[in-house]
Design a protein around this ligand. Sequence first.
Ligand code: ATP
Length: 458
Amino acid sequence: PATSMDELVSLCKRRGFIFPGSDIYGGLQGTYDYGPLGIELKNNLKAAWWRAMVYERDDVEGLDASILTHRLVLRHSGHEATFTDPMVDCRNCKSRWRADQLKDNKCEKCGSTDLTEPRPFNLMFKTTVGPVAEEGSFAYLRPETAQGIFTNFKNVVDATSRRLPFGIAQIGKAFRNEITPRNFIFRVREFEQMELEFFVQPGTDDEWHSQWVEARLQWWRDQGLLSENLQAYHQAGDELAHYAKATVDILYQFPHGLEELEGIANRTDFDLGSHTRGQADLGLSAKVEPNEDSTAKLTIPHPETQKPLVPFVIEPSAGVDRGVLAILTEAFTKETLENGSERIVLKLKPHLAPIKVAVLPLARNKPEIVEKAKAIKALLMATGIGRIFYEDTGNIGKGYRRHDEVGTPFCVTVDFDTLGRGDDASLLDTVTVRDRDTMSQARIHINELATYIRERLV
Ligand code: ATP
């Protein structure tokens, strides 16, 4: 794995995975742009999550709620009052810091210990809605995707006739005005989340919580993260958010330390209880603020008594960008080859690789080879396995190195033998397939190529 963030940042920029946001104007702190390969990796990761959460289960529905959010949603969710981090000012150099991230209570810029007392700083971004900037015309950019799921609870239940237990899954952008964004895409101000809200009957919540922790750990392992770099951390009582009965963080050994990749919380009936109308009659177990604004009763029939019930919710909430960072960290490998040279290879799981196959013509100035290589690209494209890249640098060694560095599982080379013009005429219509990890090469007939590759891409 990568041992320093710098080597990842450099590879990401050089090969087109991730660039600093607004780069040509000096950058906008806490924003990053995903380049040609980064977008493929990110899309593949999100698709793997959606597949595991929605397609492979029978108890989850999908949702894509809006980012702009009514202030009442974020008032009743508790965010207006409590979605804050403790901030301190350095009296010496006037910089600002998140108090709980400072080492030895020292300003990171000037080293001064002359800091103000911490005060709460709300992390939500506000924006004006409509052409008139008057009181009341603002909305928030959502700080998490979860609230859109809670506010659509009744819509989804009415539309699908779901009964407990069931979940709603969503992937999308979230925004937090982090006091100090840092560590590349680990802590940014605009990011993506993959969140599931899984609604259960109270009393079954502990069991479901443990099941989801196991399922999520296994999923991250399936994405290539090694068990030895993952840890399930059970938050202690005094660390828990006010609404949570229990929270398990999945930590990953990032280059900058062992840090949170995903949080899996048992949020009881706090969220639906906070957003529902008629709170008093519902026997809520969470302590909620009164709500005179909501127009909907967020209940579902109790599985046994059929009486209206506000279910408990288990929430596995993962960061897409932190996922991408973890996967890049794990995959990054520096190898010394037998001839003493060094190669960098991204050992990505094939389903995550931005490019599945590179097709290389041995010579780019030989029309017949070029034509054949393009036909093979088209043939592989038609199988729908993902991005197939026609790589015509004309230098096979260079092509292999480039594709090792971006994690392309297979390179297919078209040469004179393919055209039946080599020493061995039986090689007509065969190509060389090189494996990224072992660097071994196999001679495969074009008719068998798609099957050969597809079998090895899972
Ligand atoms: P942290 O303590 O690191 O600020 P958090 O506990 O506030 O994170 P949650 O509110 O639980 O994070 O959000 C769920 C997930 O969203 C996190 O596990 C993380 O993967 C992702 N996430 C949260 N904040 C950021 C951010 N600023 N940049 C990138 N990803 C983030």
